[in-house]
Design a protein around this ligand. Structure first.
Ligand SMILES: [Zn+2]
Length: 201
């Protein structure tokens, strides 16, 4: 079938699914056709969940992780080490760290990386929120886990500079293995090693 040959309602779903990362036209078609086979109640369930998704999931007021309440599951867990904070670029990287089971501290989501050419400076990242957290005096160690590419390294250098203060150890996650720019794709063992061999510059 040629592109656009499906009934309009189905074409619309294919078009929307195709906007997702990594989903080409063919895959979008397959997904949409598979959904056509679903029982009606499942489709309605999906529709309702999509409709309320953005209201149901918000950003944690403390760390910026995805949350269902004011605080995310990690910030409200009393067993976590509150002296240790790991800075990640995006909330999507937190489950990767969690799966490695080698980290028991808290997180801080930056909301991206420094991209001066695209107008993304420190003000666009959650740096002020990080400063606020440091004011409480609970945090004694910070691990910077931004990506290992040029922008990730530049962001890490900037953070190292502004986090220079007494009674605060700042370390950088170790990239011995080719983790690549995006930590989201690293496997648990790699992440565990990267955390355990972190270095203080
Ligand atoms: Zn949180």
């Amino acid at each position: 079938m040629k592109q656009g040959d499906y009934p309009q309602a189905l074409e619309a779903v294919i078009h929307l699914l195709g906007r997702l990362p990594g989903i080409g036209r063919r895959t979008a078609e397959r997904l949409a056709l598979a959904m056509m086979e679903w029982p009606e109640d499942r489709l309605q369930d999906l529709g309702r969940r999509l409709e309320t998704l953005q209201q149901s999931v918000t950003a944690c007021t403390c760390c910026g992780n995805l949350a269902e309440a004011d605080l995310c599951r990690i910030c409200s867990d009393s067993h976590r080490d509150r002296h240790l904070v790991c800075i990640v670029e995006d909330a999507a990287q937190i489950p990767v760290f969690e799966r490695s089971r080698s980290y028991r501290g808290l997180y801080h989501v930056l909301g991206g990386r420094l991209l001066p050419l695209e107008g993304k400076g420190p003000e666009q990242l959650r740096i002020r929120e990080l400063e606020d957290r440091l004011q409480t005096g609970d945090i004694t160690e910070i691990i910077i886990a931004t990506g290992s590419d040029v922008e990730g390294e530049a962001t890490a250098s900037y953070l190292r500079e502004i986090l220079r203060r007494e009674n605060l150890t700042v370390s950088r996650i170790a990239f011995g293995v080719p983790v690549g720019a995006d930590l989201s794709y690293a496997d648990p063992a790699t992440i565990a090693m990267a955390i355990n061999t972190r270095r203080t510059p």
